[in-house]
Ligand binder design. Structure first.
Ligand code: NAD
Length: 438
């Protein structure tokens, strides 16, 4: 089948590359000339494990190409996917649909034959129906359908998630559109996975409900972790003990410094706004947003305790700034709350991150970027583990402690055991939902 993919970000590029790997003929479009130049040179502009090799393979096979020319890409396509950003709109928390609207109108003006215009971006309930009107207005003669096909991939494991999804959700209004969508995903049928075919609104709602549920689950365990710190208990044991209950499940029960990233913060806020617009407040989601903000702020207090009440003049080494490992994405990362508080409080901050520097330099002014964790802790007063990259999971803690002026550690991902930190020579250690040294 012939597919055009509008937007070559984390979702559009992974989807376009994977569809071409299924054997479809794919043209990816972006309005950012820098991105298209890099892609045409065989370079992936983001960090996503395995993506570059898969992209190059499919370009060489003649199934995948990149262009800035949307009209050219749309010509003759069976389906045009819109995978542009839907960030939080400044000021009111709504999803900003301006990129989706602009892309849909461009597609409408460029298309000539029957086409399914598929929205992969995360959009509020009612958006696809509204887009249908916009498209009809922009090109009254066009024969088309709209379809909602929300994406569930996780950055860092995006190819695996796309190729082996738990489910594919497709919202359609006609059998003809359903057939096109089935044809696109047919190569996945070799492996048994459910395709959930719904109406447009249900598909749109599934995406927000899934993200809000996951954000709630993380926030719940983070709140229990905070209680463990006061009342007693070890959150790792507690999470294991509840996660073995099949009704609860063991995923998304790792306590940490609060959720961040490109989806949960903006999608929970957008769901809360949708609820308010319909006079049906999403009270659980609204509380989750508030509690998550408090959790991030509580991390700053934890670091302050380890610095004796003031960051002024202290040297703090932070390992990891991306919102999770295996991505270069910094959007709404907890580091963007924690590091400015350190810098603002007068600390000298050294940062190590395997992929975060390119994005992080502009977002975290006043920090000193380093490449090596051992060099970065030389004479430091506090070590903070903020993102659990593999390279930070098996550090020689003795060597780290020896190099520090004050061997104090904040392990905000519970990578190490308190007793290992103590044995290595750390004199103070704080983690999440566990007791420090007595
Ligand atoms: P992104 O910001 O990484 O990429 C968006 C791309 O679209 C950019 O390269 C931008 O230049 C391009 N673009 C914008 N308008 C365009 C236009 N008119 N024509 C051509 N290109 C255009 O965004 P992303 O992280 O890939 O997210 C895209 C959507 O997918 C969002 O709605 C997001 O909520 C959703 N989503 C993201 C993830 C994730 O993990 N990142 C997962 C699931 C769903």
């Amino acid at each position: 089948m012939k597919i055009a993919m509008i937007g070559t970000g984390y979702v559009g590029l992974v989807s376009g590359v994977c569809f071409s790997d299924f054997g479809h003929d794919v043209v990816c479009v972006d309005k950012d000339p820098g991105k298209i130049a890099k892609l045409n040179a065989g370079i992936v502009p983001i960090f996503e494990p395995g993506l570059e090799a898969l992209m190059v393979k499919n370009v060489e096979a003649g199934r995948l190409r990149f262009t800035q020319d949307l009209a050219d890409a749309v010509q003759g396509a069976d389906a045009v996917f819109i995978a542009v950003g839907t960030p939080t709109r400044r000021g009111d928390g709504h999803a900003d649909l301006s990129y989706v609207h602009a892309a849909a109108e461009d597609v409408a003006r460029a298309a000539t034959d029957y086409v399914v215009i598929v929205v992969k971006s995360t959009v509020p309930v009612g958006t696809n129906r509204h887009l249908k009107q916009l498209i009809r207005k922009a090109n009254p003669a066009l024969d088309f359908d709209v379809a909602s096909n929300p994406e569930f991939l996780r950055e860092g494991a995006a190819i695996e998630d796309f190729m082996k999804p738990d489910r594919v959700v497709v919202g359609v209004q006609s059998d003809r559109a359903a057939e096109v969508m089935a044809g696109i995903y047919r190569p996945l049928y070799l492996r048994d996975f459910p395709i959930v075919t719904t109406d447009l609104e249900s598909a749109e709602m599934i995406k927000y409900a899934a993200n809000a549920f996951l954000a709630t689950k993380i926030t719940f365990i983070n709140e229990i972790a905070a209680l463990c710190e006061r009342a007693g208990g070890d959150i790792k044991e507690v999470a294991r003990g509840i996660g073995l209950d099949g009704r609860i499940g063991n995923k998304f029960l790792h306590a940490g410094p609060g959720y961040g990233g490109s989806c949960f913060p903006k999608d929970t806020v957008a769901l809360a706004r949708i609820g308010q617009d319909h006079s049906m407040p999403m009270q659980i989601t609204e509380t989750v947003i508030k509690v998550n903000d408090e959790i991030k702020r509580r991390m700053v207090d934890k670091l302050l305790d380890l610095c004796g009440g003031s960051f002024n003049g202290k040297t703090v080494t932070v390992l990891g700034v991306t919102f999770k490992p295996n991505t270069d994405d910094m959007r709404d990362a907890p580091s963007l709350t924690i590091i400015p508080a350190l810098v603002g409080g007068g600390a000298k901050v050294r940062v190590v991150d395997p992929q975060g520097q390119r994005e992080g330099e502009a977002l975290l002014p006043g920090v000193n970027w380093q490449q090596d964790a051992y060099k970065a802790v030389q004479n430091a007063d506090l070590l903070v583990i903020l993102t659990e990259w593999n390279e930070f999971r098996a550090l020689d803690l003795k060597r780290m402690a020896r190099k520090m002026a004050t061997p104090h550690m904040a392990d905000l991902r519970n990578v190490y055991a308190p007793k290992d930190a103590r044995q290595a020579g750390f004199t103070a250690y704080a983690s999440i939902g566990r007791q420090g040294f007595d």
